[in-house]
Design a protein around this ligand. Structure first.
Ligand code: ADP
Length: 402
């Protein structure tokens, strides 16, 4: 069976088709500027050159129409008829407390996800628009929802309740949800496989360090804590997001700089993080290059980032009463050996011993701890699209998902 994976943003759409007989990727693509001048689709059949078409696309339905045309194209297409697509897996950002795993989307589920729009006002509407457009253009094809929040729903109340009046949780669902769940789930399964164990036998800390970054403590297969909260702003220092700050800073800056709530939101989400500290870039490669030239604020940004990762690493080791495995993934985690060295530095007493030689690698699945290290340290490239396709395939073939 072939599965189409759709990740729909407000003006963009990413897609992939995977053949689930061997989980191979057949094609991938991106539609940009949907509903704006200059709409464009870039399609790549694996093994062939990219194909680009600039053509007006007023809405997501038209965009998905062009995706379907590309999939069916005699030259760079990957299917002869849409019947070959057995199911569509949709990335949906927020499923609130409704779902702890992926589901086959029924009208009732869509209603539930619409109720989650206040929790993810930018993402859920776009994701649901993608579902509706696919349903219209592919009637009869099963649609599966895969949620960023689902994997974290196993967190106990002491992890997810904020110490603010309880009524905000009851009335508005203000609690910690966590994000990047699809990535954390993917690397947990892969880590267990690499160690010849089941996730249920392991205490794993997954470090998804990309532009957005989060850690998760996965105790015997269940998330017990994660660093992102009510929104993806909480927790680690990120490319442009502040992560944890004293909440009083918000009102202080609001009053002192006379800013609106929207302006503050923009500062904390888009102008903070390592960009805010360094004043240079949100990209670790730029910051590291500047730090090497002696730029003190660039070095400070890197130091603060590492400090926060280690802060949570320590917390999660205590929460789980130990750790068997630490996983590094996503842009920084996969590619930046210096970050991995600095996170693990001086932790030998905790049984965490990185092998500098094995760590001298980029984006490759491998064990990077020493043979003596009690805690296995793994580098695992994440693959959220494959995880979405797997869940989708397992649901529509009746195998079910955990
Ligand atoms: P997103 O959250 O946007 O999916 P990614 O997981 O793709 O982010 O990570 C992108 C980030 O990874 C870049 O902004 C950059 O900081 C970092 N990165 C990529 N390659 C390297 C590298 N070789 N060294 C250091 N950082 C890197």
């Amino acid at each position: 069976m072939k599965v189409l994976v759709i990740n729909c943003g407000s003006s963009s759409l990413k897609y992939q088709v995977l053949d689930m007989t061997d989980e191979s990727l057949l094609c991938k693509g991106l539609v940009e500027r949907i509903g704006i001048d200059g709409s464009v689709i870039t399609h790549e059949k694996i093994g062939m050159d990219k194909f680009k078409l600039e053509t007006p696309m007023k809405n997501h339905k038209e965009a998905i129409g062009h995706v379907i045309d590309a999939l069916l194209d005699a030259n760079h297409g990957v299917i002869k008829s849409m019947d070959e697509i057995g199911a569509v897996g949709h990335r949906v950002a927020h499923a609130g407390e409704y779902y702890n795993k992926s589901v086959l989307l029924t009208p009732k589920d869509i209603e539930n996800l619409e109720k989650c729009i206040p929790l993810a006002p930018l993402h859920n509407p776009a994701n649901l628009t993608g579902v509706a457009a696919c349903q219209e253009l592919m009637p009869g094809t099963p649609m599966v929802g895969v949620f960023d929040t689902a994997f974290h729903q196993t967190m106990p109340p002491e992890s997810y309740i904020y110490a603010i009046p309880y009524e905000y949780y009851e009335k508005y669902g203000v609690r910690r949800y966590g994000f990047h769940g699809t990535s954390h789930k993917f690397v947990v399964a892969k880590a267990a496989e690499m160690l010849g164990k089941k996730p249920e036998d392991l205490r794993i800390i997954t470090c998804h360090l990309g532009n957005g970054a989060s850690l998760a403590a996965v105790d015997h297969g269940k998330v017990v804590d994660t660093t992102m909260g009510f929104t993806p702003l909480e927790g680690l220092v990120m490319g442009t997001r502040s992560g944890d700050i004293d909440p009083a800073i918000v009102t202080f800056i609001e009053k002192t700089e006379k800013l609106s709530a929207e302006e503050l939101d923009n500062i904390l989400n888009k102008k903070s993080g390592v960009l805010g500290i360094s004043g240079i870039s949100s990209d670790f490669r730029d910051i590291e290059a500047e730090a090497e030239k002696g730029n003190k604020r660039a070095q400070l940004a890197l130091d603060v980032f590492i400090h926060r990762v280690r802060h949570y690493l320590g917390a999660y080791i205590v929460e789980m009463g130990g750790v068997d495995c630490i996983v590094f993934t996503a842009g920084v985690g996969e590619n930046d050996k210096a970050t991995r060295i600095n996170v693990c530095k001086g932790l030998e007493e905790l049984g965490i011993e990185l092998c500098e030689k094995r760590n001298d690698v980029r984006g490759e699945e491998r064990v990077i701890s020493t043979d003596e290290s009690k805690v296995k340290i793994l580098l695992i490239p994440t693959n959220e699209e494959l995880m979405i396709a797997r869940d989708t395939f397992n649901i529509v073939t009746g195998k079910g998902v955990k």
